[in-house]
Design a protein around this ligand. Structure first.
Ligand SMILES: CC(C)(COP(=O)(O)OP(=O)(O)OC[C@H]1O[C@@H](n2cnc3c(N)ncnc32)[C@H](O)[C@@H]1OP(=O)(O)O)[C@@H](O)C(=O)NCCC(=O)NCCS
Length: 183
């Protein structure tokens, strides 16, 4: 806990691991390089695994924004997560290689596009996002659902389904027993 405290006090924003319990087993396990650009609030739950080889992983939280990562989350190589407002990732979520998750459009489309560029993203518990997916601003991916490889998620995804394609559409429903966690 003291190490985390030192990091948090030397940098701007707010960083916490393991819901404040602070045991060593709560610390993230990282293989490879992770670039963390954190000016806002980054909360990381217990047992985060990051496989950042052969491609690095990038976590960005701009000033005033929040990125919350739940317990037992797996982040694979080449994943980029950028929070300009709020990104929430639940427990037991798996994120496949080279997937990008960003909650801002970053640029207006044209001069009439004066709306809010940032919309919150929520990825609920036990979701599996496959390789090379794009999770766009404003979406919620429901509990237990699977995003097939190469999908672009532009709209909310219900619980317990597989979605695929660009834009992602529901392929089929999944049979999920109560409290089942994907291995
Ligand atoms: C999610 C996944 C397992 C779905 O498998 P499934 O439900 O068994 O799907 P099926 O193979 O039965 O295919 C069902 C239909 O969806 C289509 N489909 C399957 N995967 C697709 C994809 N990634 N994108 C677009 N369409 C897809 C199939 O072409 C098929 O269409 P059809 O009925 O018109 O022939 C698979 O699509 C996938 O993404 N696998 C890779 C996961 C991955 O990235 N793992 C590595 C790191 S985490």
């Amino acid at each position: 806990m003291s190490i985390i405290h030192k990091v948090a006090t030397r940098t701007k924003g707010y960083l916490s691991f393991g819901g404040g319990h602070g045991g060593l087993s709560d610390m993230p396990r990282v293989r490879g390089k992770v670039y963390v650009n954190r000016r806002g609030e980054l909360k990381i739950g217990r047992n985060l695994s990051i496989i950042a080889k052969p491609w690095p992983v990038q976590l960005t939280v701009v000033k005033g924004a929040k990125l919350t990562i739940g317990d037992n989350v797996l982040i694979n190589a080449g994943v980029g997560i950028a929070s300009n407002l709020e990104v929430t990732i639940g427990n037991d979520v798996k994120i496949g290689p080279r997937t990008s998750i960003f909650d801002s459009q970053y640029h207006p489309l044209d001069s009439s596009d004066t709306g809010n560029l940032c919309k919150k993203i929520v990825i609920e518990d036990n979701v599996w996002i496959g390789t090379g997916c794009l999770i766009l601003p404003g979406v919620r991916i429901g509990r237990n659902s699977v995003v097939a490889a190469g999908s672009t998620v532009t709209r909310d995804v219900p619980e317990n389904v597989v979605v695929a394609g660009s834009p992602a559409k529901v392929l089929r429903e999944l049979q999920i027993e109560k409290d089942w966690i994907r291995s």
